[in-house]
Write a new protein. Structure first.
Ligand SMILES: O=C1C[C@@](O)(C(=O)O)C[C@@H](O)[C@@H]1O
Length: 156
């Protein structure tokens, strides 16, 4: 069974408590449980990883780049939080290992402050999901499967 990485960046460990009007009241643990259930439905093993540290996110991206090359993983759903708008290093990590990434944001970043309108990750991403709340993670997983595993019978 191939793996999908659900990767979350800074402050997303506070999901459910942090700015609930913006990000809702579902905790990260609940989001991760939803992703694991979606993985079961779609036929993938889901690994969830969150870090507030840019380097730890880069290490995980590099690890999954290797797993994708070896045929053991499909790709990654990535909410990089605020690093989305600042991190050339995350852009380079994704490009460097050619990891299929679906960039995901809970809120509609384009309807918010101008500094959230630019993403360093989007040019390196295979697809982007924004503004669907935490359901966006599931949409992103299914989108990744549709892009990278077209013959998956669970998608019919
Ligand atoms: O931390 C976050 C969360 C976010 O990525 C989202 O999921 O909507 C949007 C980012 O601008 C913000 O810094």
């Amino acid at each position: 069974m191939k793996k999908i990485l659900v990767l979350n960046g800074p402050n997303l460990n506070l999901l459910g408590q942090r700015e609930p009007t913006q990000y809702g009241s579902t905790s990260l643990a609940d989001v991760e449980a939803m992703c694991r259930a979606a993985g079961q439905r779609l036929g993938y093993e889901v690994e969830c990883f969150q870090s507030n540290w840019e380097g730890a996110l880069i290490d995980k991206i590099q690890e999954y780049g290797r797993l994708v090359k070896e045929g053991q993983a499909l790709g990654c759903v990535f909410n990089a939080g605020a690093y989305t708008h600042t991190s050339v290093a995350l852009h380079d990590a994704i490009k460097g290992v050619e990891l299929p990434v679906i960039e995901c944001h809970i809120s509609n970043v384009h309807a918010r402050e101008p500094f959230r309108h630019h993403s360093y990750l989007s040019p390196a991403a295979a697809g982007i999901v924004v503004g669907f709340g935490v359901t966006g993670y599931i949409i992103a997983m299914e989108g990744l499967a549709r892009l990278r595993d077209k013959d998956n019978p669970a998608l019919r």
